[in-house]
Design a binder for this molecule. Structure first.
Ligand SMILES: CC(C)(COP(=O)(O)OP(=O)(O)OC[C@H]1O[C@@H](n2cnc3c(N)ncnc32)[C@H](O)[C@@H]1OP(=O)(O)O)[C@@H](O)C(=O)NCCC(=O)NCCS
Length: 188
């Protein structure tokens, strides 16, 4: 299938760009060390900037492969990287991928993640052959469900006790949402 690498996307308020190793401190201090950010995520807060640097080293190495999509979310106002969005898994056979995202708490509630998700959906449908882009969120993470809905995804159902939540030790119910290529094309 057709892939497109991670290349820069510009939206009215954001630049989505490749991470650099030098983003480690911003990643750590702006979002990755914050337990409020990771509350409903599958990973625990980073314990130091070196942990963020280690993750970035992996992502930067993966940019060589066209099937890797890891964008840093950089608000034009401020110019520092404040979150991430990317493809967290895929099935090429099924032309399907799953996206994940997070943004620093200081910028919650401004519509920025919705803007980033809409841009990622645009890029993936325009430059790759994916037919379905999906995302999952803990049912308690209402804001994330709203982001998916605002970006044009349809909530398809609840995966009961799907994932162990590391923050509170519960087996979390997850909503699964998706947008199909046919739905995207009907909108443009
Ligand atoms: C969830 C998250 C991505 C939302 O990012 P954001 O930039 O604040 O999202 P937006 O501003 O684009 O949209 C959020 C929407 O959810 C709504 N919302 C947020 N919290 C809510 C709540 N507790 N109850 C009801 N609505 C809520 C906002 O009002 C807004 O909707 P509106 O535009 O209709 O008013 C962000 O909080 C985050 O990164 N959280 C930590 C990581 C995470 O959970 N990632 C997603 C994993 S699935």
């Amino acid at each position: 299938m057709r892939h497109a690498y991670t290349t820069t996307i510009e939206t009215p308020r954001l630049i989505l760009r490749r991470f650099e190793i030098t983003d480690a401190a911003d990643m750590f201090y702006n979002w990755a060390s914050d337990s409020a950010v990771t509350r409903y995520l599958s990973w625990s807060p980073h314990v130091n900037p070196e942990e963020s640097a280690g993750l970035l080293q992996r992502w930067v190495a993966e940019y060589e492969k066209p099937e890797n999509y890891h964008w840093g979310i950089v608000p034009k106002e401020g110019r520092r990287v404040f979150g991430s969005i990317g493809v967290v898994n895929m099935s090429e056979h099924d032309l399907r991928c799953e996206v994940g995202y997070c943004i620093g708490r200081a910028l919650w509630g401004r519509g920025l993640t919705t803007e980033a998700l809409m841009a990622a959906i645009w890029y993936l449908f325009e430059y790759t052959d994916f037919n379905r882009i999906q995302a999952r969120h803990d049912v308690r993470n209402i804001g994330s469900g709203r982001v998916m809905q605002k970006a044009g995804m349809t909530c398809e159902g609840t995966l009961r006790q799907h994932s162990l939540n590391r923050s509170d030790g519960t087996m979390a119910d997850m909503n699964i949402c998706a947008i199909l290529r046919s739905e995207y094309e009907a909108r443009i």
